[in-house]
Structure formats: C-alpha cells, structure tokens
Design a binder for this molecule. Structure first.
Ligand code: FAD
Ligand code: NAP
Ligand code: SF4
Length: 676
C-alpha cells in the first residue's frame, strides 16, 4: 500500500542543489510562540515534531526584517546577530529530526498596527486604523537592504532558505498593485516599476545567499480586492522573480482586506488550485498550490491533475504533526483532519493568544501538555461520546488505562452529529472518523445505544467516572411554546420535522447562525461545488477585472424567508468568531435573512410569532419557529454518583454549558485524560 496510495504526493522534488523527500510544504503560520517567553524552545519542539512526521519542507511564521515591518509593536524581527541563538535552536531541532526549514520574511507595510507603519503610498487599509507614512526613495533602498540582511541572518541561523512573503496584501503586494501604489518614481507607475521592489528583493537575496539556498517567493495569484493585479501582471511578476533567482513560487490567495472567505470551512476543499494551474507552464520553476487542502487524497488529486508541483498545507499540521508519515504508512484513516474552523488557530492569534488547534490541543503546547504512560493502570468509565468524552477516553486509553465509553445514542459524536449536517461543516465528520478509528486502535470498550445509569457505574467498581454527558437545549418560557409550529434545533437539523417556507429562528448564537445557513442554503445547483462557491462569492476565474472579482458581484438566493432574532440590543452575530463571523453575516444578509436584535417574545400561535421590536408590537407570519436559545448542562447522574462515592469528574457541557464549544470540550477532555 504505502508509497503507492499517494504516488504524486510522496514523490521527491529535485530543486537542483537538494532534493525534497516529498511534495508537502508545511505552510507559514504565526503561532504566537515567536514572541512568547521561552518561545524558541517551544517552537523547536513544535517544528521538530512536524519534521519527524514527514513534512517535506517547513516554513516558519513571518519574521519582520526591520522595526517598521513588524505587524505589531512587539512582533518578532530578525535584524541583528544577537537574535540568532533562539533561531539556531529551532533549525538544529528540525535538522536533527531529519527535516528542512525556511524562515518567512514578512513586512506588514500598511497592515502594521503601530505608528511607525510605512507603505509605498500613505493610504490606510480598510481593515486598519493606522495611516502609514510614505517611504522615500532612499527608505525603499534601505528596506531592500533590510530584507537581504534578514535573509543572510536566517542563513547564518541554519535555515535552509527563506520565503519572501509577497501576498495577502502586505508591503510587497502594496507596491505591486496600482490601487495602493500611487508613486511616480522608479517604484511606481507602470508595471515594470511596481514589481521592481519584489524583484530586487529576490535578486539581491540570491546574490547574497548564494546558489544552495532555498528562495521561495509567495506570489499573490488572486488578490480578490478591487484594483488588484491583472492576470498578465501576475504572470509578468512570476517570470521576473524566476529570472531573479527564486527556487519555488508559492501561491497566495486573497488580501486580508478581501471580503471573500478563502480558508474557512465554508470554502470547499482545494477551491483555489485552479489559480496555480493557470500559472503552470508560464515559469520553469516548481509551483506550490494552497488553501483548504486538508487530506492526502485531496492533495494527491490536485497534484495528479497537474494543478501544481507541490502542495502547501498549514493548519493540517496543527491538527496532526504526523500527516505525511501516516499517509505514507497506509494509515491515512488515522489522520486527525483540520476542519478549517479557525477557532483555536487564527481566532487565537487575532486575540493575541497562543495558537493551538481545536481538534489537537497539544499543537504549540507540545512541551506543556505531554501525554505520558500512566504509572498505574486504572479502570475508567467515560459517560458520553461527544467531543469531550471522546478526547478524554482516547487520551486515557493511550496512556494505558482500561477505558469503557458509554453513549446513549446509536453512534459516537454527540452534537458533532448535528454540526456535520450543516452545509459547509461537512468536515466535522472527519473528526468523528478520526476518533472512531482511534477508539478502535486503542481498544476502548465502546457501548453505543447504552444510557449509563448511576447504579451500574457505581457497581462497575471504576477507579474514575467521568461525566461527559453534554447539554440539553434550553426551552424558553414563551406562551405557545408547545405550538406545533415550534421546532427544536435538533429536529430541524436532523430533518425529522422539516421547517416551512417562512421561518423565525429564536437565538442568534453559533447554532442559530448554523440553522439559518441550513435553511437558506440554495441546494444543488448547476456545476461543481467549487463553481457554486465562486458564483456565490463573486470570484471570476476568467480574471475579467483586476483582482479576479466578478464584475457582477456575488449571487445568492434562498429557498426560504428567514428571520434571525435575539433579545440583546447588540449587532446580531457580534459574538461569532473574529475570522469567520463576518463571512457568515455577509452570506446570510445576501440571502435576505432579516436579522433583528433587541426583540422580546410575546407568544406563538396560528398567526405566527408575536414580538416587540424596540417596544413596537409586530407579528411575523411564519410557518415555523426554531428554538436555538442556548443550553443547560446535562448532569442527571451527578447527585446519585456523589451520594454513592467519590465525586465524578465533569467535562465539556456537563461541566459548564455557557460559552461551551468543541474547543473547550476537547481541550478539557484531553487535559483530564492526560492526568487521570
Ligand atoms: P455533547 O456533544 O453534547 O455530547 C454529550 C454526549 O453524551 C451525547 O452524545 C449524549 O448522547 C451522551 N449522553 C448523555 N447522557 C448519557 C448517559 N447517561 N449515558 C450515555 N451517554 C450519555 N462547536 C464548535 O466549537 N464549533 C462549531 O462550529 C460548532 N458547531 C456546532 C453546530 C451545531 C449545529 C451544534 C448543535 C453544535 C455546534 N458546536 C460547535 C458545539 C459543539 O458541538 C459542542 O460544544 C460540543 O459537542 C460539546 O461537547 P460535549 O462532549 O460536552 O457534549
Ligand atoms: P449561544 O451562543 O449561547 O446562543 C444562544 C442564543 O440564545 C443567544 O443568541 C441568546 O440571545 C439566546 N437565548 C439565551 N437564552 C434565551 C432565552 N431564555 N430565551 C430566548 N433566547 C435566549 O449558544 P448556541 O448558539 O446554542 O451555541 C452553543 C455553543 O456552540 C456556543 O458556545 C457556540 O460557541 C458553539 N457553536 C459554535 C459555532 C461556530 O461556528 N464557532 C457554531 C455553532 C455552535 P439573547 O439572550 O440575546 O436572545
Ligand atoms: Fe484546523 Fe480548526 Fe485546528 Fe485551526 S483550530 S488547525 S482550523 S481544526
């Protein structure tokens, strides 16, 4: 099986002066460890684990070449020899593990969130409060020298190469595109002048670093902003960086200020490899493709189709450091798949917290959350096979304990069995596949279709009982709540009781939004899933306009009329994830969902839902009312267990239902499993 299952993915790549063992590049991610106390030691452990797991080439998070280029005042920078010690620990650990690592050089330009921000022109980005200062001609030269010094220092630190970050709307992109570059000197105006800055970086870096040094250029191949590059300009830049000495060209998709989701779970798998494919043949050096490739099957398909020479995956390496080695050993069904939720990686970074992973809380915490063999083997009962119970049962079993997992439903998964039915959240099924396989491999005794009673748990003589029994949906006290037109969210999602054509959703938290997505989803349309996504978000694969935006914009329609309601006066959806919430709000608004905050519910009857909006009475003549009004902890076993012996452990929703999400459930389950 081994090598033959993914012949393209596992094929070596000859770069002339060295050969990479496979076609997998672990893409750059800022983890927060770059700036954390003791961060280099933790980064060394983090990257070494990924190198051992078979990543062909690793790229670090972005490091600024000078103070102005830092994204935030304290962001990591490499501009003097005194900073090399920490980097050397990282490169040594990766090399010892048999891997190769490049350092990304990132200058934020106008995205830098501090007063010293600079850019080709003094134009503020729509997502930033800071107006940058325009670089003088002499300062452009100095910035070029800073890039080259940074690359040389990276080489001295033992990195195998550097990646020049030329996409996502950072400084280099700002030079390339007329929309952000209004200069009239040799760095602005016609295309030859606008691309001079990146081309000079590559040329001078190659000159300084010599032949045997990997130089990746991350090229923005689809800007997704108005006034972005034309396709012809992108090809011209690709050819120029090749001529200037780049080893590989990596694909960048979308500026940070673009209003199109490019990596969220609602983006179909491999939705952007067509962009890299357009570039194939335009240059002679290998091309790397990217975005929402999260399984070896998807990666293999992309390479076999000829869309690229290599595949970049970033978040999949947070979810599973052994992605490549498992694939190579014919154990792809054991891979912990990234579900593209952003909840513990990007959302953490935007909140100035350390990066981790919802499905793998050990990511970036390798040194602080070790899973070690138990000193004494114990018998453990875990009640509830939702994310919390699954994580706890598997972690405890991995440490050598004898674990019995009780689940009342006919299958494992808890609320993930609802989540995976939401359009765009199909990836959640992968987490259940992963846990199912892991339970099997570890020999956990799984008793599905069995509602555990306190009596049997006590009589079972377990050393520990863990209650991971989750939540029960909250039923609000509204007159008419028993009316036949009222549905609980689970009934609506499972499809047992279909919603009508006009629907009011009570509660606009994560589940209310998901139910709105489900009810307004356009359903099967002509063309592929990727074409439907492009159509809905207004992406033009023909590049008729600059930036690849469809001139007619995105097109959406909904099969239902939907109201999404909340009592709070704040903006509906304000509490959603920072990096994906905006896209959910935008999509539902396009589909005509009416979002009403500040409502009070009066009653439900044959006429519909009676409410007050801003004190004014109103009747929504709806056919269905779906309750998404939060949850309460489910702990009916707690009292009896406490009375009979030592208190059970509580995790996930059974512990605290408020603010519960799968991230906390899995983290709590893993942490408990690691200490029992
Ligand atoms: P649950 O998942 O509720 O599991 C508890 C399990 O215990 C159930 O399977 C139940 O049958 C079982 N059980 C209860 N009593 C017994 C008993 N006596 N004996 C045996 N078994 C018992 N979270 C996110 O982080 N991101 C998302 O994008 C996201 N999307 C969601 C979308 C939807 C539509 C829904 C409904 C939820 C979503 N969630 C999401 C929330 C997430 O699924 C929950 O936070 C998580 O499942 C809670 O895990 P848990 O293990 O504590 O409880
Ligand atoms: P939630 O986010 O707490 O939302 C509950 C909603 O119900 C709120 O909008 C609340 O708004 C309303 N509500 C609460 N009590 C009410 C009452 N007595 N009467 C009427 N309305 C009431 O919870 P959830 O949507 O059930 O989601 C559960 C968890 O799963 C969340 O913590 C969430 O993070 C997670 N989840 C995450 C995602 C994701 O994409 N990241 C998706 C789904 C779920 P008002 O009180 O203002 O009316
Ligand atoms: Fe993927 Fe979510 Fe983990 Fe981020 S937190 S790596 S998106 S599974």
């Amino acid at each position: 099986m081994s090598d033959n299952a993914y012949p393209h993915l596992l094929a070596p790549l000859d770069l002339g002066f060295l050969t990479l063992p496979n076609r997998v590049l672990m893409g750059s991610m800022h983890t927060g460890l770059e700036e954390a106390p003791g961060g280099f030691e933790r980064m060394a452990a983090f990257y070494a684990e990924r190198a051992r797991g078979g990543a062909g080439l690793i790229v670090t998070g972005g490091i600024a070449p000078n103070p102005e280029g830092r994204i935030a005042p304290q962001a990591a920078m490499l501009n003097e020899e005194a900073q090399l010690t920490g980097h050397r620990r990282v490169t040594a650990a990766v090399h010892e593990a048999g891997g190769r690592i490049c350092m990304q050089i990132l200058h934020g330009g106008r995205y830098a969130l501090h007063e010293a921000a600079v850019a080709p022109s003094a134009l503020r980005a729509p997502i930033s409060p800071v107006t940058p200062r325009e670089l003088s001609g002499a300062e452009v030269e100095r910035t070029l020298a800073d890039y080259v010094r940074c690359a040389r220092l990276a080489q001295q630190a033992g990195y195998d190469g550097v990646e020049i970050m030329g996409s996502e709307g950072y400084l280099i992109n700002q030079f390339v595109v007329p929309h952000t570059n209004r200069r009239d000197d040799r760095w602005g105006g016609m295309i030859e002048n606008r691309i001079r800055f990146p081309v000079e970086i590559v040329r001078r870096t190659r000159e300084a670093a010599g032949h045997a040094f990997i130089l990746i250029y991350r090229l923005s191949m689809l800007d997704l902003v108005e006034g972005g590059s034309t396709w012809e300009e992108i090809v011209a830049l690709a050819r120029a960086v090749e001529a200037a000495g780049a080893t590989l060209i990596n694909t960048g998709i979308g500026w940070h200020e673009a209003r199109i989701p490019t990596i969220a779970t609602i983006v179909p798998r491999a939705a952007f490899t067509w962009v890299t494919r357009r570039m194939m043949g335009e240059v002679g050096i290998p091309l790397v493709t990217t975005n929402r490739i999260n399984t070896p099957e998807a990666a293999e398909e992309v390479l076999a189709r000829g869309d690229a020479d290599m595949v970049s995956m970033a978040r999949p390496f947070l979810a599973d450091p052994e992605f490549v080695s498992k694939a190579a050993a014919g154990r792809a069904d054991e891979i912990n798949t990234c579900i593209a939720c952003n909840q513990a990686c990007l959302d953490h970074i935007f909140a100035h917290r350390l990066c981790s992973c919802l499905v793998n809380p050990r990511a970036c915490h390798e040194t602080v959350l070790p899973i070690e063999p138990a000193r004494q083997k114990k018998r453990i009962a875990v009640v509830g096979a939702g994310p919390a119970g699954l994580a706890c049962a598997c972690t405890a079993a991995e440490r050598g304990h004898e674990v019995t997992l009780y689940e009342a439903a006919s299958e494992i998964g808890g609320q993930f069995n609802l989540a995976r039915r939401i359009p765009g959240k199909e990836e959640f099924a992968e987490t259940l596949r992963y846990f199912r396989r892991r339970l099997e491999r570890l020999g956990v005794s799984v008793r599905c279709g069995h509602r555990a009673s306190a009596c049997e748990l006590v009589e079972g003589g377990y050393d520990h009982v863990v209650l991971a029994t989750g939540v029960t949906p909250r039923i609000p006290d509204i007159p008419g709540i028993d009316h036949p037109k009222v549905l609980r969210y689970a009934e609506c999602i499972e499809g047992g009781r279909p919603a009508g054509a006009r629907v009011a959703i009570l509660g606009a938290g994560g589940i209310g939004f998901d139910v709105a997505e489900l009810l307004t989803h356009p359903g099967a349309e002509s063309g592929s899933e990727i074409e439907a996504y492009r159509r809905e978000w207004g992406i033009d694969a023909a590049y008729r306009s600059r930036g690849g935006l469809a001139p007619e914009g995105g097109r959406s329609h909904s099969p239902r009329e939907v109201w999404l309601l909340q009592r709070k006066p704040t903006r509906v959806g304000e509490g959603l994830s920072r990096t994906t919430g905006w896209a959910k709000r935008l999509l539902l608004a396009r589909r005509g969902v009416k979002m009403l905050p500040g409502v009070s519910y009066e009653r439900i009857d044959d006429a519909g839902l009676h409410l007050r909006v801003g004190g004014e009475p109103r009747v929504l003549g709806v056919d269905s009312v779906v309750l998404c009004t939060g949850q309460e902890p489910r702990r009916e076993l707690l009292g009896e267990l406490e009375a009979a012996g030592p208190a059970p452990e509580l995790i996930g929703g059974a512990d605290v239902a408020a603010e519960l999400d799968a991230k906390r459930a899995i983290e709590q389950g893993t942490e408990l499993g690691a200490t029992l």
